[in-house]
Ligand binder design. Structure first.
Ligand code: HEM
Length: 413
């Protein structure tokens, strides 16, 4: 599609340069302050891949514009991965599908991810949270990232799938191995990654066959039964969907809870409030996700020439809508640099679950997981404080959170 001549090609704009964004020496606060200063002056800046979109309304506008396609399908390319064996195994998932293919998938699977289905797992979540805390409560110290956040989401996904709970370690290992794709040493890791992917596919394939024979009330049975106007998911779509859920629902949730508790450790009054008023858990989740989201941004590329705000983005242009910066936009959130869990819910939602057609499919589940975890942690560890330095994962990669979160608290609750 041709662009009106009034539009200025993005490459010709005089924009601030965010080339420092990948500098691992920058601390979280300094990166945030610098981004905030840039965003005060402009809605768009240049970054090493393309352009960062910095204001709330623009982030929402581009995420809702279907001409911008999800860059997840091009992640390997963007990370310099060109191994033909791996590229040949690439398949379309709900994250990378666009247009009618994506609409069809969302219609078929959406009902299985409703808040009602997520709520049914809350008793399981509560038991799990208590068991994990029991593992360190008597010590009065823990590394919350390792002892709690790491093991928490996988048994929930197993329960969601209807897989036997004793198999959660298998899922955990597969997820860890498959995530090695982003470790930058594919030459070394490729055989492990491929083996894990094959084992996961075979396991899920067996589960699907079992549920076809004997349906239950789990996600896999719901996905098998999902039907709209005679349309159903194929066997390989079912496998791909389960893969997407495991990969999208694990690291996100564990890192978000890590971010949230680290944040609360610096705001003991807010933590005490949550411990006393567990009914604040839902607001606490929205406010922690707004203030310190584990998914700081996402990626899109122009599927055709796109003109937005009189700027021409030629086909193929890569943009990074900054969810973290949008969540601090003073045009939407009063006093955005203040962390305040009872704050009046804003008119517009926090954006750490994204927006538009790729809006997080697991948002209801992720909300329930966080609400249960934060409410119980606040009740059982009301006086937690940092027992050492938080070691953060690099802020530059897609999912951000503490690698180590050493805490101390009065033992025994
Ligand atoms: C706190 C935890 C989570 C966060 C912060 C999060 C964040 C996100 C974001 C930002 C997106 C959109 C990505 C984009 O537009 O490029 C997304 C999509 C997705 N999420 Fe989550 N997520 C979380 C938990 C989960 C869980 C628990 C599940 C599974 C049960 C899940 C499954 C998915 C799926 C399947 C998609 C793709 C949806 C689509 O492309 O249509 N997520 N998530």
């Amino acid at each position: 599609m041709g662009a009106p001549s009034a539009a200025t090609p993005a490459a010709e704009l005089d924009l601030p340069d965010l080339s420092w964004i990948d500098d691992p020496r920058l601390g979280t606060e300094e990166r945030r302050a610098r981004m905030g200063a840039v965003a005060a002056d402009t809605w768009i800046a240049r970054n090493p891949f393309g352009y960062s979109i910095l204001h709330y309304d623009d982030v929402v506008a581009v995420l809702r514009d279907k001409r911008w396609h999800n860059a997840v399908g091009r992640l390997m390319e963007l990370n310099g991965i060109d191994n033909p064996e791996w590229l040949a195994r690439r398949r379309t998932s709900i994250l990378s599908a666009e247009g009618d293919d994506h609409t069809r998938l969302r219609r078929l699977v959406g009902p299985a991810f409703s808040p009602r289905h997520a709520d049914a797992l809350r008793p399981f979540m509560r038991r799990l949270v208590d068991e994990l805390i029991d593992g360190f409560a008597a010590r009065g110290t823990c590394d919350l990232a390792v002892d709690f956040c790491e093991p928490y989401p996988i048994p929930v996904i197993c329960e969601l799938f209807g897989a036997p709970s004793e198999d959660w370690k298998l899922f955990s290992n597969w997820a860890t191995e498959i995530f090695k794709i982003f470790d930058g040493n594919l030459q070394r890791d490729m055989p492990t990654i491929i083996a894990a992917q094959d084992e996961l596919d075979a396991y899920v394939g067996d589960l699907i066959e079992q549920r076809r024979a004997t349906p239950s009330d789990d996600l896999i049975s719901a996905l098998i039964a999902a039907e709209e106007e005679g349309d159903r998911l194929s066997h390989s779509e079912l496998i791909s969907m389960c893969n997407a859920v495991l990969m999208a629902g694990t690291d996100t949730t564990r890192n978000q809870i890590g971010c949230s508790v680290a944040l609360f450790a610096g705001h003991p009054d807010q933590w005490a409030l949550l411990g006393e008023q567990p009914e604040l858990a839902a607001r606490a989740v929205e406010e922690t996700m707004r203030y310190l989201g584990a998914v700081r941004g996402t990626g899109r590329f122009a599927s055709e020439d796109i003109v937005y705000r009189d700027v021409l983005f030629p086909k193929g242009t890569f943009i990074s809508p900054s969810l973290a910066q949008a969540n601090r936009d003073p045009a939407v959130f009063d006093d955005p640099a203040t962390f305040d869990i009872p704050r009046e819910p804003p008119d517009k939602p926090q954006l750490t679950f994204g927006s538009g057609i790729h809006y997080c499919l697991g948002a209801a589940l992720a909300r329930a997981e966080q609400q249960e975890a934060l409410a119980i942690l606040a009740r059982r560890m009301p006086d937690l404080e940092l027992a050492g330095e938080v070691v953060w994962k690099p802020a530059t990669v897609g999912i951000f959170g503490p690698r180590h979160l050493p805490l101390r608290f009065t033992p025994g609750h």
